[in-house]
Design a protein around this ligand. Structure first.
Ligand SMILES: [Mg+2]
Length: 216
């Protein structure tokens, strides 16, 4: 089976999905989600579809956000590609499995972005990149393409850099979770809280239901 690749000219994966409603998501807030250790259980350099397991409650949060007209955008650093551990075909089939598991629970993303670059990787991906979190490039690209209201948007992440990217993009705040690499990053995640960026603490992405973004 040959998977379609959604690679842009600068090496970033960017796939847009059909909107949940007729009107699209322009002007709406987004819920930005990290993938590994947030939406799916942490697997070291996940790249096999059979290893994809949803974090309990993830599909429910995704489905509820979309029902409320909030764009759901997955942004993921994939340095395993720069490091030569797997290729885009493996990323594509892994994403397809994730998307199928979500679809079985009536959940879907509006956009998926992945950044393959890493300064310790191999050419052509051996460098820093404005899309590699903690840089905000993937969030800014999603905002531009979908017309998102970044100031009303939130992120859920297990790594400090997930929240740093959202703060740099001008988002309202972030939920730091204890799945994935969360336990080792919590102390530093708390330090990102400031008047312009509201850091909330939770156990898992399931607690995103309580974010201001998802309140009536
Ligand atoms: Mg992660």
């Amino acid at each position: 089976m040959s998977e379609t690749l959604y690679l842009e000219s600068d090496g970033i994966w960017c796939r847009t999905f059909p909107p949940a409603g007729d009107g699209g998501v322009a002007g709406r807030a987004a819920l930005f989600l990290d993938r590994d250790g947030v939406v799916v259980e942490e697997v070291h350099f996940l790249h096999r579809p059979e290893d994809v397991r949803l974090v309990p409650g993830a599909a429910s949060v995704v489905a509820e956000a979309r029902q409320r007209g909030i764009a759901v955008v997955l942004t993921t650093n994939q340095s395993g590609i720069a490091r030569g551990l797997f290729g885009w075909d493996a990323f594509a089939v892994t994403q397809s499995r994730l998307e199928a598991l979500l679809a079985a629970e009536q959940a879907a993303f509006d956009m998926v972005l992945a950044c393959p670059f890493h300064p310790d990787g191999n050419p052509p991906y051996r460098r820093e990149h404005p899309c590699r979190k903690p840089q905000p490039g993937m969030l800014l690209r999603a905002a531009e393409r979908l017309g998102l209201d970044l100031a009303a948007s939130w992120v859920v992440g297990d790594r400090v850099r997930d929240l740093e990217a959202a703060r740099a993009a001008g988002c309202a705040g972030g939920l730091h979770v204890l799945t994935g690499h969360g336990p080792g990053e919590r102390a530093d995640a708390i330090l990102l809280d400031c008047p312009d960026f509201d850091v909330r603490l939770g156990e898992s992405v399931a607690e995103a239901h309580a974010l201001p973004l998802l309140q009536p």
